[in-house]
Design a binder for this molecule. Structure first.
Ligand SMILES: Cc1cc2nc3c(=O)[nH]c(=O)nc-3n(C[C@H](O)[C@H](O)[C@H](O)COP(=O)(O)O)c2cc1C
Length: 369
């Protein structure tokens, strides 16, 4: 990892972040396309240990560390990511219709904080194209597809958003192992969602309930610790068994204590991701895990994970699976092995034979189901 940090990263960080990301996609697509390339990635970055294997929502995972949504928006590098040792890969966000996203520049690094500010506005190739692409690229690791409404830059009626989500999922039935619904994308509607009230969420899930062979569904929504809002969501979800859990998204903005100067940060549009969000997400995780029916719903913990200790803390607070994105930018691909090997070590140290045994052990309300 120090080769990345001391030699590769300084070169990459001289270039525009989105341009670098596109080059990473080109490279990942080429390397992931051949067995030799995948074996190379496996040898360099993956790590296997029986303690890390787990089952969530009826799916089996070789390890609990996933690639978060937003890195592979269009399903181009799923084979490379799986070969690198991610236990699962979430593609997207993908919308029913293709979208250009917001105007550039729309991605900014804050190296002092190991954070990025994102204002993409969900550019993607559209559901049909992405579904066809991923169908031709089999992976061993479970494939999640994260869906969002098409970004038109204008407010859209709730009924139209529901119809969009219903349309977007159809091409993925039979190919996605799970679906994540991005209910509050911070960069399209400013994080405000027609689903916050509960009623439209029920309408949306009703549309999904009639789809044959629907994969397990996870709901990704703005992290919060508001009991009334939580109750509305849990009530809306209650009669839909295909909803297997929750993922926390980030609120719009950059309202965290930062080392980067205000002069650098304030003018940037968008949402901050990376290390500074860690505690805020941990609080949401603590709150939600203590209150959900854990026999039905699981949590995917994502936000500010950049070490095995970070991942393990989220697991001990209640996350059954974890994901990362920003740490890949700052620490490079070696982060996958570092976290998986570190997690296996921490589980062994604490006497756990399987990662599932550690889920929620630090959550004070763990006795309440
Ligand atoms: C560049 C970038 C693009 C993202 N795009 C999406 C997206 O399209 N859909 C989504 O649900 N989350 C998206 N995210 C959020 C991540 O999935 C994740 O929730 C967030 O980055 C927190 O994790 P991290 O602190 O490890 O980066 C994006 C994040 C980044 C950094």
């Amino acid at each position: 990892m120090s080769v990345y940090r001391h030699m590769v990263r300084p070169l990459l960080f001289r270039c525009d972040p989105e341009w670098i990301h596109e080059r990473a996609m080109d490279l990942g697509e080429r390397v992931g396309a051949s067995a030799a390339g995948r074996n190379l990635l496996k040898g360099l970055f993956s790590f296997a240990d029986s303690r890390l294997a787990t089952e969530v929502g009826g799916l089996r995972f070789a390890n609990p560390l996933g690639m978060a949504a937003g890195f592979d928006k269009n399903g181009r590098v799923i084979q490379a990511l799986a070969a690198m040792g991610f236990g699962f890969v979430e593609v997207g966000s993908v919308s029913a219709h293709a979208s250009e996203g917001n105007a550039r520049p729309r991605l900014f690094r804050l190296p002092l904080d190991e954070a990025v500010v994102v204002y993409y506005g969900v550019p993607n190739d559209g559901a049909e194209v992405v579904a066809e692409r991923v169908s031709g690229r089999p992976t061993d690791a479970p494939l999640g597809i994260n869906l969002v409404e098409t970004n038109t830059g204008r407010p859209v009626a709730a009924e139209a958003v529901v119809a969009e989500f219903a349309e977007a999922v159809k091409p993925f039935v039979g190919r996605a192992d799970y679906i994540a619904l991005n209910l509050n994308c911070p960069n399209t509607t400013g994080g405000v969602s027609p689903f916050d009230g509960g009623g439209h969420l029920r309408d949306l899930l009703q549309e999904y309930a009639v789809i044959d062979d629907l994969p397990p569904v996870f709901l990704k929504f703005t992290a919060h610790v508001d009991p009334a809002r939580m109750a509305r969501m849990l009530e809306a979800v209650d009669s839909f068994d295909f909803v297997k859990g929750f993922v926390f998204n980030l609120p719009p903005g950059k309202d965290y204590p930062l080392k980067s100067s205000a002069a650098e940060v304030d003018p940037l549009p968008g949402t901050l991701c990376g290390r500074p969000v860690r505690e805020m997400i941990d609080e949401a995780l603590r709150f939600w895990y203590a209150r959900i029916d854990r026999t039905r719903h699981k949590i995917i913990g994502v936000g500010g994970i950049s070490s095995a200790e970070d991942a393990y803390r989220k697991i001990r607070l209640g996350a059954s699976l974890v994901q990362l994105y920003s740490a890949l930018v700052f620490k490079g691909p070696g982060i996958v092995r570092e976290i998986n090997a570190g997690l296996a070590r921490l589980l062994a140290r604490d006497g756990y034979a399987h990662v599932a045994e550690a889920v929620g052990v630090d959550n004070e309300a763990k006795a309440v189901v």
